[in-house]
Design a protein around this ligand. Structure first.
Ligand code: FE2
Length: 262
């Protein structure tokens, strides 16, 4: 892979996204949201890749994966008006289909194409599949994009919580009701150091808890350092009800972060 390939991908991406302009302000807002998200995931991934001292070509591959990781989001939101995969379709698989159909990666070697497509496909799974663990390169790039993606989603939702009730974007909370409780299985997963499951998420508090539980799928010390620096977890916890249950979650997550304080 060469710098010209990356330049072509960046241009292709912007042209592709430009095709989704819409008179509907909700669609416009969310297309813009994912365009900006993609740009920041590209920045995050380079930040993480550089601390891992990756070579130039590996950085280009990482950036390509970041650029295309949410490609399916644009068609998903335009078609279904939601980012919820279970109410529409898996946006990672959709992104892979779009890339293949358009032949975007066809100038790259088979090996590079396979790596990019798989890392895109795996970026939103609860866990990276066992089969990926036989390929150190795929495993590394899958971990990298998952960390870079989570960092930006956490940044985005913290900004949304801090901006107050009125400007909230309902698509970020998956259109779930704002009821006062927290679901038992979601709390239990956190207390067992597991990522919460989307099927257990029933209201906005659960969405926040689910995002807090991502900390158990963070892979790189640099990502932990950025989480602490920006106080993302504290900001999300502060937006939850002040119950004993939430205090327990806070203590548990603080202990977990402390253990990863390298
Ligand atoms: Fe995604």
């Amino acid at each position: 892979m060469h710098e010209e390939d990356l330049a072509f991908f960046r241009k292709w991406f912007l042209d592709y996204v430009g095709g989704f302009s819409s008179p509907d302000p909700l669609v416009r807002e969310n297309i813009e949201l994912k365009t900006e998200h993609t740009k920041r995931v590209c920045k995050n991934i380079l930040l993480l890749a550089k601390t891992g001292k990756l070579g130039e070509e590996e950085c280009q591959l990482a950036e390509t994966i970041a650029l295309f990781h949410d490609l399916g989001r644009f068609e998903q939101f335009t078609r279904y008006k939601t980012f919820k995969d279970s109410d529409s379709e898996n946006h990672a698989v959709l992104g892979v289909k779009i890339l293949k159909k358009a032949g975007v990666l066809s100038h790259l070697s088979e090996k590079e194409q396979d790596l990019i497509l798989k890392a895109v496909e795996y970026h939103n799974l609860v866990e990276i599949p066992e089969s990926a663990k036989n390929s150190p390169e795929l495993l590394f790039h899958s971990k990298l994009v998952r960390d870079a993606d989570k960092l930006d989603i956490l940044r985005l939702i913290c900004k949304d919580y801090e901006s107050g009730e009125k400007s909230r974007n309902p698509a970020l909370e998956l259109y779930l009701p704002d009821t006062p409780e927290c679901s038992g299985p979601v709390i239990e997963d956190i207390m067992n150091n597991k990522m919460a499951k989307i099927r257990d998420v029933l209201n906005q508090n659960d969405v926040k808890l689910l995002r807090l539980s991502w900390v158990f799928d963070i892979n790189f010390p640099e990502t932990f350092a950025l989480l602490r620096k920006h106080r993302y977890l504290e900001i999300i916890i502060s937006s939850l009800p002040g119950t004993e249950e939430v205090r327990r979650v806070r203590r548990h997550l603080e202990d977990y972060l402390e253990k990863h304080n390298k």
